[in-house]
Design a protein around this ligand. Structure first.
Ligand code: UDX
Length: 440
């Protein structure tokens, strides 16, 4: 099938590459000429495990190409995916101007039947608005379909190639057939393609992410309670997770969720609810808890250093909002850095992938942040180590090296990486989330 993907950001590039991998002829369109030039010459623009190999192969074999021209990009295409940014506007609602502008442009240039697919996360009712924007100037029949993505950064290729489910929102039989054929290779193992109306598909995406965010904030509150009552959240997590109805996954407490999806989508669903005069109480609490949780370690650090962080130097491991990505959007580490600097401390940081992104973002704080070459050089002369992201390389570190590099054997762990008994044995002051602290 000939497919066009408009927008070569994270979702667009993964979508385009994976559809090319199953034999489709994919053209990706982006207004950023620089990006198109880079991608056309074989330079990948995002970090996502496993993607580069597929990208290079499909580019070389001619199934994947890039252009800045929408006219050229949609020539002969049966399906056009819109994978455009929908950033939160000032009022928290998703800003649809990119999507609607491209839709209006498509209406002017389409000359035969096409299925236009909303891949971006968009508020309920967007498919209707996209259809209206296209219809204004369009002379050919078309259908607009909502097909939300459920990709997790770091495992996006796997999520795309072997989805738990594919959600397709359309009431058109013709579009349903096209989309069903396109996704058939991805659900051979028997996972479902769920056909539904456009609005239900749009809401499914927000409901899924909001539910997962709720699970996390719930566990973060249980962790707080564990500390106050002297219980261990690891035990409680296992205790509840073995009930099938609750499930083992997504019950890990920590220093809050970040990334490009959860914060934005929860906020957007709260806003959509307000628009129809509904106060979505649980989600407001989910957001509040998450904001507080990002700075969960701060009082512990303050307390250990007698409320005087002036002149202290900290080592921070982990900047990305989660492992296996260089994405720092809404990353808890950034909030910790800001708070420590505001309290008069200095910081050395290390992350396997996200260093240059943070360096760029915090360039105004040069001099106060040291960007360490290595996770162990990061520790030199630090009063304590803080862990903000659970990268695998941090999970079984060389504790000998840690203790010789740090000034004090003190670790504040926002991701519960180490065994409490082990830390006791090694003689660390070790504080984590929702577990009994180890005191020096
Ligand atoms: C999420 C959804 O999982 C995905 O389906 C959707 O398409 C986009 O949003 P992503 O943002 O890539 O994906 O990250 P995910 O792996 O889901 O983690 C989100 C955040 O939750 C991270 O900050 C992570 O640290 C946090 N998290 C996750 C927890 O704090 N505890 C958990 O148990 C799980």
């Amino acid at each position: 099938m000939k497919i066009t993907v408009v927008g070569t950001g994270y979702v667009g590039l993964v979508t385009g590459t994976c559809f090319a991998e199953t034999g489709n002829d994919v053209t990706c369109v982006d207004i950023d000429a620089n990006k198109v030039k880079k991608l056309s010459s074989g330079q990948i623009t995002i970090y996502e495990p496993g993607l580069e190999k597929l990208f290079e192969r499909n580019l070389k074999e001619g199934r994947l190409s890039f252009t800045t021209s929408l006219e050229e990009g949609i020539k002969g295409a049966e399906v056009i995916f819109l994978a455009l940014p929908t950033p939160p506007g000032a009022d928290g609602a998703a800003d649809l101007s990119f999507v609607l502008n491209v839709a209006a442009h498509l209406g002017k240039i389409m000359t035969d039947y096409k299925v236009i697919v909303d891949k971006s996360t968009v508020p309920v009712g967007t498919a209707e608005r996209v259809a209206a924007a296209i219809a204004e100037n369009c002379k050919t029949p078309f259908d607009v379909v909502s097909n939300p993505e459920f990709l997790r950064e770091g495992v996006a290729v796997d999520d795309f190639m072997k989805p738990d489910r594919v959600v397709i929102g359309t009431t058109s039989e013709r579009a349903r057939k096209v989309m069903g054929d396109l996704y058939a290779p991805f659900v051979r193992q028997g996972n479902p393609i769920l056909f539904m109306d456009e609005k239900s598909a749009e809401l499914t995406k927000y409901a899924a992410n909001s539910f997962l965010a709720t699970k996390i904030s719930f566990m973060n509150e249980i962790a707080i309670l564990c500390e106050k009552l002297g219980a261990d959240v690891d035990m409680v997590r296992r205790g509840i997770g073995s009930d099938d109805r609750i499930g083992k996954r997504f019950l890990f407490p920590g220093i809050g969720y970040g990334g490009s999806c959860f914060p934005k989508d929860v906020q957007a669903l709260v806003k959509s609810s307000e628009d129809v005069q509904y106060n979505f109480k649980i989600l407001n609490a989910v957001m509040d808890v998450n904001e507080r949780q990002k700075l969960f370690l701060l009082p512990k650090i303050q307390n250990y250093f007698n409320n005087d962080l002036g002149g202290k130097h900290f080592a921070l491991w982990g900047l990305a909002f989660k492992p296996n990505t260089d994405d720092i959007r809404e990353a808890p580490a950034l909030y910790i850095i800001e708070a420590l600097l505001a309290a008069g401390a200095t910081i050395s940081v290390f992350d396997p992938e996200a260093m240059s992104n943070v360096q760029r973002l915090l360039s105004n704080k040069n001099g106060k942040i040291v960007y360490a070459e290595h996770q162990y050089t990061c520790l030199e002369n630090a009063d304590a180590l803080i862990i903000a992201t659970e990268w695998s390389v941090f999970r079984t570190p060389d504790f000998q090296k840690i203790s010789t590099s740090l000034k004090n054997k003190v670790i504040f762990d926002g991701r519960n990486l180490f065994d409490i008994a082990r830390m006791k044995e090694l003689g660390y002051h070790y504080e984590s989330v929702g577990r009994i602290p180890v005191s020096l």
